[in-house]
Write a protein of this length. Structure first.
Length: 138
């Protein structure tokens, strides 16, 4: 698409006798862009903004490294030589042979997720953080 537009403009400049950057900018602003927008623009289905705000925690999850692991028979997950012990859970007795996702953050800390559920948060050495901070943003 851009090649088509870029190839068209020099021909139009020549057709209209445009020779300077100032003349080209004036032509683009006053004639070409309004004509192009009139021909190709499509009105939005909804007038509301589609913007979704973010917070620092969202960005931390977006920018982390995510890798899938299978829980071992001792209810641990091995990641880069560190064994992460999954803490006791009211919903399941164990996660043996379950696929979980390890999230590694920029500061080296780790989290384990089973689907959307946070199973535990760990420091860079693999030690489980305090119970009250398990599933809150680190």
């Amino acid at each position: 698409m851009f090649g088509t537009l870029q190839n068209r403009l020099p021909k139009e400049f020549e057709l209209y006798g445009i020779r300077t950057i100032e003349e080209a900018n004036k032509y683009l602003k006053e004639i070409y862009i309004p004509r192009h927008n009139e021909q190709f623009s499509v009105k939005a289905k909804e007038e509301k903004l589609a913007y979704v705000s973010w917070n620092r925690d969202d960005l931390k999850e977006i920018l982390c490294i995510k890798e899938e692991r299978q829980v071992q028979h001792d209810n641990t997950v091995s990641y880069k030589g560190i064994h992460l012990q999954i803490p006791r859970d009211d919903l399941r007795h164990h996660y043996v042979k379950t696929k979980v996702e390890v999230h590694e953050y920029a500061d080296g800390s780790l989290s384990l997720f089973y689907g959307p559920r946070c199973l535990g948060r760990y420091n860079a050495q693999g030690h489980l953080e305090r119970e009250d901070s398990l599933c809150k943003a680190a």
